[in-house]
Design a protein around this ligand. Structure first.
Ligand SMILES: [Mg+2]
Length: 163
């Protein structure tokens, strides 16, 4: 049986530091948008997230937007802001989107990490793809089903908080 434990859980994306990525051998990040880079209904990232993205680029970390969002416009807007490749309707946890992203970046799965807020799409998909899995606490706080999802995820969050 296969359990979707994230490698690490961070409070938010800006807690993911270049030194940590270097030490883990991670050269590229596949980024989820909703609940990760911005709240689901927020049209663009916060200044803090923008600054973090710029820092990642300066550190030579390859970036890619891997979103399950149905809207190509939203996904493209985030990717253009970052200046990176993107894919909407990725059907995470399906493997296809992860494989396509790795191909486009020219990096091996073990050199990549998925950064996302959901166990059953981001973390599970990243594990199936053989990538590192970095989970962030969702930036979303208001959707009615979140407490239920959080409850379902609880067993997998145990002892995985970043030190
Ligand atoms: Mg998300």
């Amino acid at each position: 049986m296969f359990f979707p434990f994230p490698d690490k859980i961070f409070d938010d994306v800006t807690c993911i530091r270049p030194e940590f990525l270097r030490q883990a051998g991670i050269r590229g990040l596949l980024l989820d948008i909703d609940g990760t880079l911005a709240q689901t209904r927020q049209p663009e990232p916060s200044p803090a997230v923008d600054a973090w993205l710029a820092e990642m680029r300066r550190s030579g970390v390859a970036l890619y937007i891997l979103s399950n969002n149905k809207s190509p416009e939203r996904t493209r807007a985030f990717a253009e802001r970052i200046g990176c490749g993107w894919r909407h309707r990725s059907h995470k946890p399906g493997r296809k989107g992860f494989a396509a992203a790795a191909r486009e970046l020219g990096l091996a799965p073990r050199e990549l990490a998925i950064v996302g807020d959901q166990i059953y799409t981001d973390v599970l998909g990243g594990m199936r793809a053989g990538m590192h899995t970095l989970m962030v606490q969702s930036t979303d706080t208001y959707l009615w089903y979140f407490p239920l999802r959080r409850l379902a995820e609880l067993p997998f969050r145990r002892e995985r908080r970043a030190g």
